[in-house]
Design a protein around this ligand. Sequence first.
Ligand code: PLP
Length: 465
Amino acid sequence: MGNSMSSPPRTSAALSELAHRHLWMHFSRLGSYGNDAPVHVIARGEGSYLWDAEGHRLLDGLSGLFTVQVGHGRADLAEAARVQAETLEYFPIWTYAHPPAIELAARLASLAPGDLNRVFFTTGGSEAVESAWKLARQYFRAMGQGQRHKVIARRTAYHGTTLGALAITGIPALRTPFEPLTPGAVHVANTNRRRHAFQDDEKAFMLAVTDEIEERILFEGPETVAAVFLEPVQNAGGCLVPPDGYFARVREICDRYGVLLVSDEVICAFGRLGTMFGCERYHYLPDIITCAKGITSGYSPLGAVICRDFLAEPFLEHRASFAHGITFGGHPVSCAVALANLDVFEREHVLDNVCAHETGFRTRLEELRDLAIVGEVRGAGFFQALEMVPDQASAARFTAEQREELLRGFLLPRFYEAGLIARADDRGDPVVQLAPPLIAGDDELDEIATILRAVLTEATARFCT
Ligand code: PLP
């Protein structure tokens, strides 16, 4: 059932039917698609907007998947890919090196804080997380501390799907089907303060959640713990921001026990929080940053593990090497696109745009709190969530059945019809998440707020008590 470039393009219905038959979509309930529930086919993008194969326009309130920082349909990034593909389409960075990977590693080192100077490239986020864990293990082995292999992460946090990264992920529904997972990953409290006993006391809350990290290190035996993996703002659970002082104290705890601090910035790097790296927003220096997604704005796949100098030291010994590599890690086309993407960040002052609009974005979302279904608004930069509750005035929660009906039965289709891609997620409490392209301005933010108000007003009438 091939279709050559010279054949007329398939209709939306034909594409949907083919997808239904052949395409194994990720994290998708394949059985829920059919004649009366077509696969929506996203065909084209420009700036903050997408068009589906039927010509329906959508505001991309999720930047693809927290990825398309500088907007869709850019000729400059496409051109960077074309030029690199014509010059050197592929060569590995095993034993040899090529200019785009070298230039990008140096550029990332110059942008990253402190002595985060050494870059190991991957093709995406899960591989970056997995590589960071492996690096931590081999590093400690080389340092004569081979018992250090465990990692600590937070409940509900998503760190990827490969078996190692999945062990770090703290979401039971994603882990259970694949057990037993890579041993050695354990989980502690996240920073969701709503309904926490200390929700009204920032300092007590911060101490409680960081104490748990220290207690866990002690319980496991510090000599067995390699690293703590944390996102600057935790995505799953709905944009969970750290309380004041959180990362300073985590840094202190990690230093006390010789444990590495890994900042998983697969979402939070490259401007999502208004800073180039998420750790800069919260003023901490991690030992490793894992990143992917926005590094190329999604124009080509790439991930990176950015390490402090000391981590490379044992690997600089004659004949030593990190026993790890990936064929397409640091692909020349992806690295060239990443360099062009970082040029756009500079030329178009992308970080300034996020900083200039963050308050306005947040205010527009806070205004929706006059609707009973909006329990809390939280997040940072262009990364915000609205928690969905049956009654804003109480601590009540929707049941699993109600969440299903609200998120997947009602909100997602209504947002789509109204022309908005947003995330409706209940890996923790149910949330609607918004993460527009970092080039979005007042017009796009107004449109997001208008659509949210219309759809959530209807949802309040249908789902709130
Ligand atoms: N880590 C974090 C914090 C993520 O948000 C994600 C993906 O969303 C990953 C890791 C995995 O990245 P990928 O899907 O590129 O493998």
